[in-house]
Design a protein around this ligand. Structure first.
Ligand SMILES: CC1=C(CCC(=O)O)c2cc3nc(cc4[nH]c(cc5[nH]c(cc1n2)c(C)c5CCC(=O)O)c(CCC(=O)O)c4C)C(CCC(=O)O)=C3C
Ligand SMILES: [Fe+2]
Length: 393
């Protein structure tokens, strides 16, 4: 997309509860109309309850917002940063209203989600589109979004550093990496979401290349293929990882058991490998996540770690990007490449390290689409066919 003059930045995230009383209302917000069984909600509530009802994600976003402000100011870019969430206070619609009240008319969004897919990308675009419509700001506030950044150098670099250090610590513990396996972990999603991820022609091209049947996933879909491409790149970039085995695994499955989600689950994969091979240790890279929120500290640091302990394996989880300097600076690069107000020399090259990248600034029709149960589609921003969020100015 051609650079534009933006006057504010919106950090868009998931949101999380801030106390015990928020837990159930938060979970209802997340799962509204999605057929998640009550037992699953009660189970997930215990993860939050065990942490005082507080998700770490909010403090992590406050820190990320501050880090973005600092990096923007270091580069002399005058762009105020606001924060809005999909599922908890501060909510996206209220933040949009606040931005408008303070005189902003052209907003660029950065989300805390790196890959393609309904939950990772389109749902953010829908919540921004719905937010504009609900608040009556449609046509008065322009909202665009920074591209998905799974293969941007800043994101990749922070994982690379963690993998390198993780493998070195594992070598110190075991004396060798011979019986060590690297798991790249990401959020599982319904296989139907995976099949719909990314632009239609690219999804089709991937199916053709892999010889997959329609609906076949696990590498034949854009969501898992993006993860596989980044994982492969990380293994190549990391000298310590030479000759170490690795695989992509999924976590945090939700929904009714009758609905298929991406597999294998990290715990099942660990059990299977421990049986097959004389495995001694696992290094887990939380490749699908941007910060150490509940899905990381519970599903990996609590549950997967316990599985490893039961199997007698050394367990090490490498860091998420968080506020790593190179990650933050990479996000600001992706903002700067969109800013018309910067002299051309200060607009970075559009970087992307895999064959998938650099990803699109503006999504193609039906990218990551999910049709609602009543057959309708929600309004979106940042797509070729978006009706809202586009210039009415
Ligand atoms: C792909 C993906 C990401 C990564 C991309 C991104 O970061 O956006 C992600 C992140 C997150 N998911 C989170 C929390 C939850 N996700 C849930 C449910 C679901 N996630 C899904 C997918 C994803 N989720 C899906 C397909 C569902 C089923 C319901 C639905 O179709 O919407 C539920 C409901 C209960 C349950 O079933 O687990 C909760 C509580 C938190 C906050 C953690 C904290 O509070 O620290 C974060 C960052
Ligand atoms: Fe989730």
């Amino acid at each position: 997309m051609a650079p534009k003059h933006y006057d504010a930045l919106l950090l868009a995230s998931f949101g999380g509860p801030e106390g015990q009383d928020d837990v159930i209302p938060f979970l209802r917000n997340v799962t509204a109309g999605r057929g998640i069984p009550d037992e699953r909600l009660e189970e997930v509530a215990t993860h939050y309850r065990a942490h005082g009802g507080v998700s770490p994600i909010n403090d992590q976003n406050r820190a990320l917002k501050a880090a973005l402000e600092q990096e923007l100011s270091r580069r002399g870019i005058e762009l105020p940063v606001y924060w809005g969430n999909r599922n908890w206070d501060p909510y996206i619609p209220e933040t949009l209203q606040e931005m408008y009240r303070q005189g902003h008319r052209r907003v660029l969004t950065v989300s805390t989600s790196a890959y393609s897919g309904y939950s990772s990308c389109r749902q953010y675009r829908e919540d921004l589109g719905t937010g504009l419509r609900e608040t009556g700001l449609e046509g008065s506030l322009e909202v665009d979004k920074v591209r998905q950044y799974f293969d941007h150098p800043g994101f990749v670099h922070s994982f690379q550093e963690g993998l390198s250090q993780g493998l070195r610590s594992m070598t110190q513990k075991l004396g060798t990496l011979e019986k060590v396996h690297v798991f790249f972990a990401t959020h599982s999603i319904p296989t139907s979401d995976a099949a719909a991820a990314g632009p239609r022609p690219l999804a089709q091209q991937l199916r053709d290349e892999t010889g997959a049947e329609p609906g076949e996933v696990n590498g034949a879909d854009v969501y898992s293929a993006q993860h596989l491409a980044v994982a492969e790149l990380l293994m190549e970039m990391t000298p310590e990882a030479k000759d170490v085995d690795w695989s992509l695994v999924y976590q945090s499955r939700s929904g009714p058991p009758t609905v298929p989600w991406l597999e294998p689950d990290i715990n099942d994969a660990m059990e299977e490998l421990a049986e097959q091979k004389d495995l001694r240790g696992v290094v887990v890279v939380p490749l699908g996540f941007v910060s150490d929120h509940m899905e990381v500290i519970w599903d990996l640091d609590t549950e997967a770690k316990e599985t490893a302990r039961e199997l007698g394996l050394e367990f090490l989880r490498t860091p998420t990007p968080g506020v790593h300097q190179q990650f933050v600076s990479g996000l600001v690069d992706m903002v700067a490449e969109r800013l018309e107000q910067l002299p051309e020399a200060e607009r970075p090259e559009r970087a992307g390290l895999t064959d998938f990248g650099p990803w699109f600034d503006v999504c193609r029709p039906n990218c990551c689409v999910k049709t609602m149960r009543d057959g309708t589609q929600k309004p979106t921003v940042a797509a070729v066919d978006s009706e809202v969020g586009v210039s009415g100015l």
